[in-house]
Design a binder for this molecule. Sequence first.
Ligand code: HEM
Length: 500
Amino acid sequence: MKAHVGRQPCKSVHQTSGADAFGWFLRFVFDAVGCLCGAYRLARLCVARAPLPWGRSDQQSVFAFGPEYNRLVLGDTTTYRTTPQTAGGPPGSALRRIRHGLTAMNGEEHRQQRQLIMPWFTKHAVDHYRDAAVDITQKIIESWPTDRPIDMWQEMRRLTLRTSSHVLFGRDEPALADAMGMMIQQLFERNFEPWCLLFPFDWPGTPFRRLLRHAERIEEMLWQRIYHRRNHPTDQPDILDRLIEAHDAGAMSDTALLGQATILFAASYETQANSMTWMLLLLAQHPKVARDLSDELAVLRGSPPTVDQLDQLPLLDAVVKESMRILPAVPYTIRAVTRPTELGGVPLQVEDRVVCSHYVTHHMPEIYPQPRRFEPERWLTIRPSPFEYLPFSAGQRVCIGRYMAMMLMRISLAMMVQQRCLRLPHRTRIDRSVKVTMGPRKGLPMWVRPRGESWTEAELRGNINEMVEWPACRRTLSVSHGFPLGVRPTESLGRSLTSA
Ligand code: HEM
């Protein structure tokens, strides 16, 4: 299954059913990105009709590609509701309660809860997490050895575990906040174990029973913290304090209080860890961009950026945007149909599923020429619409943590590039793995070297090469074709972006 999007498909609708449709389903489970790209090469709208384990016998799963379908589906929360992608717990279970956060809510409940929570994550509100992000990042960077490769994916998970648990549970001891974060992270990992998905029965010895018990422990731990905090008020509340306050004021049920605390952590952790991992990979493999970024950051004279300085670092911003375009941490979104409707002339029934792909949209050559190339400078000239560029999704359910994520990631990235030089071991294999978010299947080994050493591109193996075209491939092409497709011999990209 190749992850090339290729040219626009000539067909507008492709329909399949029976065994072929079931094949699509299996392909989606094992390699969602490859499956989506394959579907897009066939048509803008691919409809698979197959009796899935949880659906009607004529259940339809629709892949709808491109900005217009993104707008129709993601922009209409009345006709298309959100649906969980992992095993939910049985009614009355702790698992069901602690997953009842924003991502699982719909309709009026979602609108009301979102309005309540959103003010805590505005651009202004998240500025004061900057100092904590700087401290946490600095400690992580200093812990990196320089004499052997380390798994940068695990390091980015370590980093975002700390920052996310600080934001949500920061009033507790750091070790306790981290432990809460870790428990929640393990819950979602267990949720993805194939046996939990395929065999969701509370029987002795089953992985699903272990998942249910794990959820009970999280629920108990959250209640303990909630009681403790009620007895120890503060004038510097973290997000858990704000949730408790909203609950005690009658704006949030017991279930929503637990669910929001759990889901806010889960939504912020893996997404940022994977985004940062891909960013470091892309930077390490594009030495010229890394050098230009290092030049741009020289104005900081070795200090971490302040919040105000972040807005004056255009290349830093472009690197983050371009990397979330080419390798978005969330490659697709699933919606369930709530009332009979039609999409692209195809009739849809209640409970049919529609999949919109951020990855495919970001790789459409008519929106992003040479989409597999990592070219931060493209952000000088393009202004994609919210449905053309959607790493944080779009419409009424757009990510509420986007300002926070952008701030934290830019700060951490700036500090890493200022202090270290990163390189991949030669011929490293990197394959994608999608469990709601997309990350490297077996981690990302990297050499961390002192600043001043040269950034050098390595030859890579694995299906990462389908998603990204590396400068070395372009140089090979340029030599064989006799014209320059490779790195541009222009002035420093950092300078050209800054002067724009
Ligand atoms: C790089 C980091 C992040 C990425 C790529 C990301 C991506 C996304 C995407 C694509 C969605 C929409 C999902 C859908 O349509 O079904 C979403 C929703 C959400 N995100 Fe993020 N996110 C990030 C960071 C964060 C952070 C830091 C938080 C909170 C602290 C957060 C909280 C949420 C919540 C609560 C929702 C659900 C919104 C709703 O349904 O109304 N995210 N995120």
